[in-house]
Design a protein around this ligand. Structure first.
Ligand code: UDX
Length: 439
């Protein structure tokens, strides 16, 4: 099939590349010409494992094209997929400006039979609004399909090639069958629903996962008070098939471009529809509390953080991405600085993006070793492999005090007990003291 994908963010680019990989002829379109020029040379606009190689492979096979002209991609396409950003407004609602513009820019070139697919996460009813917009402005009949995406950054290619399910929301049988046909080579379960149900599935899934994380963080905080271990508790819960072990990793809260935005959008939708949003409000409040929990632990330990030097290990919202959107490292670093501490941060990939947000309020180290030097304590923020595999016992010898606040529970008891001296604070587990410092 001939497919146009509009928007070359995580969702658009991963979708375009994977559709080319399974045999379709795909043109990815973006209004950002610089981005397109880079992509034509095989350079992705973000760090994502495996995507660069897959782009080059498909460009070389003439299966994948990049263009900043809507006419180039949309004219003659069987399917047009919109995957532009739908960022959050101040009030938590969804900003649809980019989506509307993408529809307006593509509509003149839509063929009679082409199907218009919306992958961007949008409030319930938006697909119908876009359909009406195209029909009234351009006097064109268009088949619209809601096809939400569930890929995770850091494993975007794997998730797109091996989805748990593909959701196709449409009021037209031929259109949904054509989209199912497009995905057939992936061999994934396909669920066909109404447009509104498909739109809702995306929000309901993300808000559920975010709530699951806030729930386990709440249990973790309780575990600390009653002397239980949240990892054992999560394992005990997760072996119940109805609960599942996924997304029960206690930590310093969720971040990223999806969960925070989608939970707040669903909250706004609840309010608009007169449904009490209390449950989701607690999910958000719990997450905000959790993002700076390590700072609270440090305050309790040191009383004052003035003139202390702290190493922050990991800045991105999760490993294997350079994305800093809504990363817990941001409120954490800001609070440490406000409390008078000096912060030196290390991240394998996200420093260039972190600098845009945190600027020179903190320092940046080129290596884990450099961050440890003379630190009064170490904060583990993101569980990059390089960080979870570090020789913590040896590295602590170069720090001023061997005190660690681990927000991702990276180390087991055995590894901590092998250290000569450490005071180890984690999430939802007892504090471990091995020959701790005297003060
Ligand atoms: C998420 C959804 O998983 C994906 O389906 C959707 O399309 C986009 O949003 P992503 O934001 O890439 O994907 O990351 P994900 O791996 O889901 O993690 C989100 C956040 O939750 C991260 O900050 C992560 O650290 C945190 N998290 C995740 C936990 O704190 N505990 C967990 O057990 C799992």
């Amino acid at each position: 099939m001939k497919i146009a994908v509009i928007g070359t963010g995580y969702v658009g680019l991963s979708t375009g590349v994977c559709l080319a990989e399974i045999g379709h002829t795909v043109t990815c379109i973006d209004i950002d010409q610089k981005k397109i020029q880079h992509l034509q040379k095989g350079i992705p606009p973000f760090y994502e494992p495996g995507i660069g190689e897959m782009i080059m492979n498909n460009v070389n096979k003439t299966k994948l094209f990049f263009s900043s002209s809507h006419r180039d991609g949309v004219a003659g396409a069987d399917i047009v997929i919109i995957a532009v950003g739908t960022p959050q407004r101040e009030d938590g609602s969804c900003n649809l400006t980019f989506l509307e513009q993408a529809a307006i820019d593509s509509a003149p070139y839509l063929e009679k039979e082409s199907i218009f697919v919306i992958k961007s996460t949008v409030p319930i009813g938006t697909n119908e609004t876009i359909q009406k917009l195209i029909e009234s402005r351009f006097q064109k009949k268009v088949q619209i399909v809601s096809n939400p995406e569930f890929l995770r950054q850091g494993s975007a290619i794997f998730d797109t090639m091996h989805p748990d399910r593909i959701v196709i929301g449409s009021e037209n049988k031929d259109a949904s069958e054509k989209i199912a046909e497009m995905y057939r080579p992936l061999n994934a379960p396909i669920l066909i629903t109404s447009i509104r149900s498909a739109e809702m599935i995306k929000y309901a899934s993300n808000a559920f996962l975010a709530t699951k994380i806030s729930y386990i963080n709440y249990i973790a905080n309780l575990c600390e008070q009653v002397g239980a271990d949240v990892e054992d508790v999560a394992q005990g819960m997760g072996t119940d098939k109805r609960i599942s072990p996924a997304f029960l990793q206690a930590g310093i809260g969720y971040g990223g471009s999806c969960f925070p935005k989608d939970v707040k959008a669903l909250l706004a939708i609840s309010k608009e529809n007169g449904i009490n949003p209390g449950l989701l409000q607690e999910t958000v409040a719990m997450n905000e509390h959790q993002q700076t929990i390590l700072v609270s632990k440090a305050l309790q330990r040191f009383q004052t953080l003035k003139e202390k030097r702290f190493a922050l290990l990991g800045l991105s919202f999760k490993p294997e991405t350079d994305d800093m959107r809504e990363a817990p490292s941001i409120p954490m670093a800001k609070q440490l600085v406000e409390l008078g501490a000096e912060v030196i941060a290390y991240d394998p990939k996200a420093v260039h993006n972190a600098k845009k947000i945190l600027g020179s309020t903190i320092k940046y180290a080129d290596s884990i070793d450099e961050a440890f030097l003379h630190a009064d304590a170490i904060f583990i923020v993101t569980e990059w492999g390089e960080i979870t595999n570090m020789d913590i016992g040896n590295l602590l010898k170069t720090a001023k005090s061997p005190i660690v606040f681990d927000g991702r529970n990276c180390f087991d008891e055995k590894k901590i007990k092998a250290c000569d001296s450490i005071e180890y604070y984690s999430i939802g587990k007892p504090v471990l003291f091995i020959n701790p410092p005297k003060n």
